[in-house]
Design a protein around this ligand. Structure first.
Ligand code: S3P
Length: 173
């Protein structure tokens, strides 16, 4: 059994889906943002504020390399920007089966509009930022993914069912 990695834009549900999937499949779960915060002893917002985004992106690559050495049969959710680095996409492939949770800008806005923990979505025009960043990233997510799951207007049970089926099919190939 390979690791299952959840990728997708901020607010697409990676963390919640990951936790539920880990219960359903009885596999442990890790999250790259949480691992980075633990290792650094500060929040993602503090890292962005103090050292900037490029520094954070380096920490994401380090975190992936560490997971490749240690993670087995796990569910792993990763930060929304992690697949943007080409190097990280190659590392994701090594780490396991990559599942892209695909959400529209509207779904993402609704799920993130009250959130203050994501530095890239703060400021005057979060909706515009979501649209711009999502347009830049959609093709990247698709190219990094082994499986694409449309999560718009679906409940978690339906999403979990689709992921479990698609992963089973993939692992039987
Ligand atoms: C980011 C997504 C965040 C976090 C950081 C940057 C991004 O993770 O890594 O704020 O560039 O999309 P989530 O996707 O878990 O919110």
């Amino acid at each position: 059994m390979k690791n299952i990695i959840l990728i997708g834009f901020m607010g697409c549900g990676k963390t919640t889906v990951g936790i539920r999937l880990s219960y359903r499949l009885r596999r442990a779960m890790e999250d790259t943002d949480k691992l980075i915060e633990k290792e650094e002893g500060r929040t993602i917002s503090e890292i962005f504020r103090t050292d900037g985004e490029a520094f954070f992106r380096g920490l994401e690559t380090d975190c992936l390399k560490k997971l490749i050495r240690t993670a087995r049969n796990m569910i792993i959710s990763v930060g929304g920007g992690l697949p943007v680095r080409e190097e990280n996409r190659a590392l994701l492939k090594q780490l396991g089966t990559v599942v892209y949770l695909c959400a529209s800008a509207e779904t993402i806005y609704e799920r993130t509009k009250h959130d203050t923990s994501r530095p890239l979505l703060q400021g005057d025009d979060p909706k515009g930022k979501i649209r711009t960043l999502l347009a830049e990233r959609e093709a990247i997510y698709e190219s990094a993914a082994d499986i694409v799951i449309d999560v718009n207007q679906k409940g978690f049970d339906e999403i979990l069912e689709e992921i479990a089926e698609a992963v089973d099919r993939k692992e039987m190939l």
